[in-house]
Structures are given as structure tokens and as C-alpha cells.
Design a protein around this ligand. Structure first.
Ligand code: ADP
Ligand code: MG
Length: 199
């Protein structure tokens, strides 16, 4: 079973990984964006860990809804509302249980990803974070490590795609040949899940 501490570890591990990889995320956002993805997420997840420490929610749903709200209010770019919605809606779907199963989490995470597609309108293959998140949730039934591999492969597979959503879509065919920054950060988010689980 997964408790509030597990979800706190997930957010802390994500913040550390985003901090380490911020320059790479920003470099990916240079040719097909405005070079702010690393700084956006670094600021957002630093605020998430600070607020989790201060408010110390004691349920899985409480941790994720607070994290999501914090991202929405801290990150200005497209990715803030999208990641914020992902975590907030996942948290809402977990309700107020003090512990949840991996299957409960997988179902809630899918609800969160569906909220991202509703908000942003991205379909699979549009070269966005959805291209890492959907394969990850599809693989979650096989465990967190399988989800991590699926997210990483999904992120790499965005390279030959033409962007159809977000800033990168303004480039049309010139977006081809670059890995999507948001899919790359989503792979970090999913890898942090495996890390929180000790995988
Ligand atoms: P901005 O584009 O406002 O500068 P960021 O650079 O922080 O925001 O985030 C860019 C990432 O957000 C993209 O690489 C993409 O993965 C994701 N993204 C942008 N628009 C959408 C959308 N409509 N649906 C899903 N993901 C999106
Ligand atoms: Mg950007």
C-alpha cells in the first residue's frame, strides 16, 4: 500500500531530479520553444516541496492536490497548469483514503492524464507530455520500473514527430527532429515514482 509519505517522497524525488536536469530541459525547450521549461519546473517543484513541508497533508490525495495547486499558482508557462491539473486531479481521484493500492493509484493517474488531455487538447502523437504519460500509465500494471521505461521510450519517440500543440506547433515541420521538453520532464516525473518506491 502507498501512504502519504510515499507521495511526499515522489514529489521530493521529482524536485531533485528536475533541479539536476533543469539545464537539459531548458536546452530542449530552446530550438522548439522559449527556453524556460527547466526554470519553470525547477521553480514549481521547489515550491511544491516547501509547501508540503509546511502544510504536511496526511493523505495521498491531500499531498497530490496540494502539489497540483502549488504548481498551478507558481508556474506561468503551459506546463504549470498542465502538470498542476495532472497532480490535482490524480489527488482528487484518490479521495481521502490514508493508504491506496498501486491499482488505485494507476486508475487515479489515468484520470489525471485524461484531465490533461481535456485541458490541453493533445492527442497521442502530438509531441507533448502526453506521449510519455500515456505509455507510462498503460505500463503501470507491470510496476513502477516498467512505467519508467515506457515513459523514457515515449519521450525519445517524440523526436521524429511534428508538434501539433503548444509553442512548438508554431514551428510546423521545423519541430521535427527535436525531443519534446515536456515529454522529457514527464519521464523524470515517472522515474521519480519508481525511485520513491525503491525500484
Ligand atoms: P511554455 O510552452 O508555455 O513555455 P513550458 O516550456 O514550461 O511552457 O512547457 C512546454 C511543454 O508543455 C511542451 O514541451 C509540451 O510537452 C507541453 N505542452 C504544451 N502545450 C501542451 C498541450 N496543449 N497539451 C499537453 N502538453 C502541452
Ligand atoms: Mg517554454
Amino acid at each position: 500500500m502507498l501512504d502519504a509519505d510515499f507521495f511526499r517522497r515522489w514529489m521530493t524525488a521529482t524536485a531533485a531530479s528536475v533541479e539536476r536536469e533543469a539545464d537539459r530541459l531548458t536546452a530542449l525547450d530552446s530550438p522548439i520553444g522559449d527556453a524556460d521549461h527547466g526554470s519553470n519546473l525547477r521553480r514549481g517543484f521547489a515550491a511544491v516541496t516547501a509547501t508540503l513541508e509546511k502544510e504536511a497533508p496526511d493523505t495521498p490525495g491531500g499531498v497530490l492536490t496540494l502539489a497540483g495547486r502549488q504548481l498551478i499558482s507558481t508556474v506561468g508557462g503551459a506546463s504549470g497548469p498542465l502538470y498542476g491539473t495532472l497532480l490535482r486531479r490524480t489527488g482528487k481521484a484518490l479521495g481521502d483514503a490514508s493508504e491506496v493500492s498501486e491499482a488505485d493509484f494507476a486508475a487515479a493517474f489515468r484520470t489525471g492524464i485524461e484531465a490533461v488531455t481535456t485541458l490541453g487538447g493533445a492527442a497521442p502523437g502530438d509531441k507533448t507530455m502526453v506521449d510519455a504519460l500515456l505509455p507510462a500509465v498503460d505500463a503501470l500494471g507491470d510496476g513502477f520500473a516498467a512505467a519508467r521505461t515506457a515513459a523514457e521510450e515515449g519521450a525519445v519517440a517524440t523526436t521524429p514527430l511534428q508538434a501539433r500543440k503548444g509553442r512548438a506547433s508554431y514551428l510546423g515541420e521545423r519541430s521535427i527532429g527535436h525531443q519534446d521538453p515536456g515529454a522529457t520532464s514527464s519521464a523524470l516525473l515517472v522515474a521519480a515514482l519508481a525511485e520513491a518506491n525503491g525500484d
